[in-house]
Write a protein that binds this ligand. Structure first.
Ligand SMILES: Nc1ncnc2c1ncn2[C@@H]1O[C@H](COP(=O)(O)OP(=O)(O)OP(=O)(O)O)[C@@H](O)[C@H]1O
Ligand SMILES: [Mg+2]
Length: 228
């Protein structure tokens, strides 16, 4: 972590920290929102493995009923995902089943309990928008309570959110978080082109506008020098 007036936690995403004055404000809750398949999970995994390299503790909470094995198989293709960190510096926790059988208050308690057990500096909840689909009207209040609780921990939390076609960003949660980073596929013809855009970052004089990104087997999501 960089020590200055406003402590920063390096994102681990090559090229991003230069855009946000050295990293995410610590502590904070940041929404990584984007199109399906734009690289949100890859971004979040690199964030955790970057911490692991520095001896920091990470917690990955999945809201899909995906076995940890399934996620591991995906992330293993990336060079940054060193096997030795699994289950130690990077802990996986599947909340998918609980999500179907619990109240919002119970879910908040489960997350708090897990964070208290692991004491991570880096937390990921991927994807948070699935909770919205299940909770419907209660989601706005849940999202606000979740973000409030997460801000009390000495950690940076990344929430990932899907931006549906025609949407600009997931509105129900964006207002509550400290930062919003968009990761989008081009909607003009060539859908393989991707860009990143920092919409907001509390206490940070961040770069505005769209910046091109690529996904590589070595580093995952990489911000390119080129404007999108
Ligand atoms: N080794 C790789 N090299 C280059 N690109 C890759 C590689 N692996 C995956 N990708 C790209 O990353 C995309 C998936 O990334 P990821 O799962 O992180 O996206 P996501 O935003 O989390 O998707 P979802 O909306 O399904 O959760 C793939 O669609 C593919 O374009
Ligand atoms: Mg994903």
């Amino acid at each position: 972590m960089t020590q200055n007036a406003f402590p920063r936690l390096e994102s681990g995403i090559p090229g991003l920290d230069e855009m946000i004055q050295g990293g995410f404000p610590f502590p904070s809750v940041v929404l990584v929102a984007g199109s399906a398949g734009a690289g949100k999970t890859t971004f979040a995994q690199k964030f955790l493995f970057e911490g692991a390299e520095k001896g920091e503790q990470g917690l990955y909470i999945s809201t899909l009923s995906e076995p940890a094995q399934w996620m591991l198989r995906y992330v293993q293709q990336f060079e940054f995902a060193k096997q030795e960190f699994y289950g130690k510096e990077v802990v996986y926790y599947d909340m998918g089943t609980a999500l179907r059988n619990s109240t919002g208050e119970q879910l908040l308690q489960m997350i708090d309990d897990k964070v208290a057990e692991i004491m991570p500096q880096r937390i990921v909840i991927d994807p948070i928008t699935v909770v919205g689909t299940m909770m419907k009207d209660d989601y706005r209040v849940f999202a606000f309570d979740l973000v409030t609780r997460l801000k009390n921990w000495q950690a940076v939390t990344l929430l990932t959110g899907e931006v549906r076609p025609g949407e600009l960003y997931p509105a129900e949660i964006s207002y509550a978080v400290d930062g919003v980073v968009l990761l989008m596929l081009s909607d003009e013809g060539d859908a393989r082109r991707k860009y990143i855009e920092v919409l907001k970052m509390r206490g940070t004089n961040h770069i505005t506008g769209k910046q091109s990104v690529d996904i590589t087997t070595k580093d995952g999501v990489v911000v390119l020098k080129a404007r999108f």
